[in-house]
Structure formats: C-alpha cells, structure tokens
Write a protein that binds this ligand. Structure first.
Ligand code: R2B
Ligand code: URA
Length: 305
C-alpha cells in the first residue's frame, strides 16, 4: 500500500502531518540520496534560487501498471532521469519512493513538474491517482479567505483552454476538470463547516501584475477604469478567483486521464484592491484551508490496509 501526499511547501504543517499515517513513504522536501553526478547537477541548480509555492497534491495507490503516460519512447530508454526532481530510474527505487516536489510559480514551472511527476507515477506503478492543485489566489467578488473549487479553469480571454506552442505551432488543450471530485470538495467543506467554499471559474494568467490587471506593477499602461472593466467582465464570466497554474494543471490532468481538482483560497478581493495587506497570521490561516479540505478528502477516501 502506498499513499502519497505532496503539499504546498509545508511538509511540517500539522494539517499535512495529520495525513501522514496514510503515507507509506512521505518524504516531501527531503533530499533524495544521489550519486555524485546527480549531486553535481543539483549544485549547479542551487544558484538559480526560486520560490516553492502552490504545488499540486497527489493521492494514489500502486497498481501493476500505470497508464498515465503516453509516449512510446519512454520504454526504449535505459534510464530516465527526472532532472528537476533529481531522481532517476537507475539511481532510485521509484516504486518504493514517492515524493518531493520543488518548483516555482506559474505555468512553465507546473508543466515541467507535472511531466516529471506523471512519469514518476508511471515508474512507481501508481494507479487510481487523484491530483489536486491547491494554493492561493486573488478573489473576485468573494470575501477574503473564501475557498474556490474550480468549475472551469479559463485563460485571460475567459475560454476554457490551455494553449502551448509546440514545434512552433500553437496547440490548444481543453481544461475540463473532474466534476465529481469538485463536488466532493464542496461536500468536504460542508462536513468541516469551518469556512466558506464556493464553486467558480478560475482565471489563470501568466503574470501576477499586468496579467491580473493590477495597478501596482513596475509597468502599467491602462487606467483604473479599464482594470475594473476587465475584472467585472471576468466576474460576469463566472470567474471567482485568479491564479497562475490551473489551466496547465487541468489540461495535463485531462491528457493523462488523472482526475483533478483545483482548490485555492482567496487572499483578497480584487474588486476592492491589489495589495495583499492582511497580517501574516491571517494569511497563514487562510493558506491552511485548501490543505484542510484535501486532508479531509484523503482521510475519507484513502484508508490504510
Ligand atoms: C497563486 O499565487 C502565486 C502568485 O503569488 C501563484 O503561484 C499562484 O497561482
Ligand atoms: N495569487 C495570485 O495569483 N493572485 C493574487 O491576487 C493572489 C495570489
């Protein structure tokens, strides 16, 4: 039995730890044992710095084979090095390990991480995987602290697609999420009864400032009125929060066949302002809310044998 839980940068969090009895091998944020060559690669990367936030969580159990990958070349490789995870199929016992994710902010980071995570799930022979993208967001017309479970993840034109340029050609992928899983998240919130959770569309952008119509970036060439027009149009299109990874996450979930849900807390109401000015204590409490929901879901649905 193997259950895995990858949380948003806080492996020591009591809420996350409360799920650890369900995890046979949880080593979030530990360093895997690497051979010298891998260690050298890691040392080269250390200098690049980075922020480690807003990662998805995955719950899974192992099966005979994993069907999540779709690449005929994988089986011809003698070794598969998951460079950004510092793991390799020859250097690590992947079926016995599950875990550590470090990455930055936004679509490029989550895409790289998900490619390698999905290959890792396959190498580890996981099946019945469920994926969550949990984290923070800016709300649209909801009280700060409200958790938004995403109905549709939409791009900056409010369309439910994720576009990626592949070989110079723009490919468009649908961002449909698993409706049943989303409903289960809402049920979990009702059962917990601790904070408001709503269904809503989630706007995914490639930038925190201009991309999210803020007036407080280093550059701003639009008026306050144009900003409000855009945010009001988003609200009219059913958008209840804005973040930076969900379209890529949803598209990859759809392509791999992994049921996915996006669960993000809102740190402010963007119809009221741009700056995140709540106290550290308030923000920390808000950020635990998606974890609480997902922890509740895992406890309900994954039992140790
Ligand atoms: C939400 O918050 C982060 C930006 O502050 C980003 O990762 C996101 O999606
Ligand atoms: N994360 C975002 O992407 N936007 C916000 O406004 C807050 C958190």
């Amino acid at each position: 039995m193997c259950r895995a839980w990858i949380a948003e940068g806080r492996a020591g969090d009591p809420l996350v730890n409360s799920c650890l009895p369900l995890v046979s091998k949880a080593y979030a944020y530990s360093q895997p044992q690497s051979p010298r060559s891998l260690r050298k690669r890691r040392q080269r990367r250390v200098g690049t710095g980075g922020l480690f936030v807003d990662v998805p969580s995955i719950a899974s159990s192992p099966g005979e084979r994993s069907a999540y990958v779709s690449n005929p070349y994988l089986s011809t490789m003698k070794e598969d090095i998951l460079y950004h995870f510092d793991l390799g199929t020859r250097t690590h016992d992947l079926p016995a390990m599950f875990g550590d994710v470090k990455h930055g902010i936004g679509i490029p980071s989550i895409l790289i991480m998900l490619h390698e995570l999905i290959k890792l799930l396959s190498h580890a022979k996981c099946s019945d995987v469920v994926a969550f993208r949990m984290g923070t967001s800016g709300g649209i017309g909801v009280q700060p602290g409200t958790v938004v479970v995403t109905k549709e993840s939409v791009n900056p034109s409010f369309n439910p697609v994720f576009e990626l340029v592949v070989l110079g050609v723009t490919k468009s992928y649908p961002t449909a999420l698993n409706e049943r899983l989303a409903q289960e998240m809402l049920n979990c919130s009702k059962e917990l009864g601790k904070f408001d959770t709503v269904f809503g569309n989630t706007l995914c952008t490639s930038d925190f400032y201009e991309g999210q119509a803020r007036l407080d970036g280093a550059f701003c060439h639009y008026t306050a009125e144009e900003k409000m027009n855009y945010l009001n149009a988003a609200c009219k299109a059913g958008v209840r929060n804005i973040e930076m990874e969900s379209t890529a996450f949803a598209a990859i979930c759809a392509r791999s066949g992994i049921p996915g849900a996006v669960v993000c807390v809102t740190l402010l109401d963007r119809l009221q302002g741009d700056q995140i000015s709540s106290s550290h204590e308030v923000l920390s409490e808000y950020q635990k809310r998606p974890q609480m929901l997902i922890a509740h879901y895992i406890k309900k649905n994954f039992k140790t044998k």
